[in-house]
Ligand binder design. Structure first.
Ligand code: ADP
Length: 319
């Protein structure tokens, strides 16, 4: 391997820049040429590929987002489009690709490896929903952002004796919600991993009110229900002012926290080291603070995210 490409794909996450930097600097230290691709698989298809040098990644370690740009490009599911993408890399003699993204991006990388193109995937998403890793790049930064928002909501909810419902990102993974709820002292938690019943939630909230709670914060993961409707229902049933706050894309921004910068730097470097060792189809993770790698096909098929039921149990005893 002499020339490699790097791209960021899917939802952006703070720390992606630090990961790109890790890839670029490690590649250059090992006398490899390194190419950046704009806008994920879209840029690969559209041939937006350009050479990077060590200064391309100066002053990016502390910046949120991704300077390469990211995109969602569903036509990448079509074989012929992936063939064009591979051709675009091969005409520059690029013969390996590092993909930084979430589980959707992992599938894209797996498809490329099935077509004979070497790929290493790095977990970059705030959702922490990627298999084969305890944490993905961006998760801890998003968590800080969310908890800061919850703290602010607490101030005003408490002043007005209001019930606040906070909708948190995570798709089908409740890790962000659960951790933020513990750190933010939320009274009620609704997660995708646990059956949701709005009547049960109402019962719990009423129990809280009867105990003398003046206000409450409900942390809920996105896509479980319409939180504005839920707020109306709870307000009607409890006669307490209830408001929903959808944190939205605020959660994706900001300068990465220290842990994300270190994780991203280590994973970026590790991805290049794996290529140098001859690996062609791996995804990277961190397990008990050690970097690990798995065959991507095996990981996507067999590995599952563990639900932290012990965390939920603790959270519930703290209400
Ligand atoms: P994330 O990587 O954050 O989970 P997405 O699920 O949107 O984000 O996936 C990112 C991109 O990965 C998609 O826009 C598409 O280009 C590519 N991708 C996802 N699924 C597939 C698939 N089955 N085949 C090929 N490419 C895919």
């Amino acid at each position: 391997i002499k020339k490699i490409g790097v791209l960021t794909s899917g939802g952006d996450a703070p720390g992606m820049n630090a990961a790109i930097r890790g890839v670029v600097r490690t590649a250059l230290s090992n006398d490899l040429e390194i190419f950046g691709i704009n806008d994920g698989y879209l840029g690969l298809f559209k041939d937006k590929i350009f050479k990077l040098n060590r200064f391309s990644v100066s002053d990016v370690i502390n910046k949120g987002g991704t300077f390469l740009g990211s995109a969602r490009f569903s036509p990448f599911k079509i074989y012929n489009n992936r063939q064009i993408a591979i051709k675009n890399m091969k005409k520059r003699d690029i013969n390996a690709l590092i993909v930084i993204g979430g589980d959707g991006s992992y599938i894209g990388a797996q498809k490329l490896t099935e077509m004979g193109f070497a790929c290493i995937s790095i977990p970059g998403t705030i959702d922490n929903d990627v298999v084969g890793t305890d944490y993905s790049i961006g998760y801890f930064t998003a968590l800080e952002t969310i908890v800061k928002c919850i703290d602010k909501l607490r101030d005003t909810s408490s002043s007005h004796q209001r019930i606040s419902i906070v909708e948190i990102m995570g798709r089908q993974c409740g890790d962000l919600t659960l951790a933020a709820a513990i750190a933010g002292g939320c009274e009620f938690i609704v997660l995708p991993e646990v059956n949701y019943d709005k009547k049960e939630l109402l019962k719990e909230i009423k129990k809280g009110i009867n105990k003398g709670k003046k206000h409450a914060i409900v942390a809920i993961t996105e896509y479980i229900c319409n939180v504005t409707e839920l707020a109306k229902y709870i307000e009607k049933e409890t006669q307490r002012e209830t408001r929903a706050t959808i944190l939205g894309h605020i959660q994706r921004g900001g300068s990465p926290v220290v842990y994300d910068r270190i994780l991203a730097s280590r994973m970026g470097a590790y991805s290049v080291e794996l290529l140098l060792k001859g690996y062609k189809s791996r995804c990277i993770g961190i397990k008990n603070e050690k970097l690990v790698h798995y065959d991507i096909k095996f990981a996507l098929k067999n590995l599952k995210k563990n639900f932290k039921s012990d965390w939920l149990k603790t959270a519930k005893t703290l209400f």
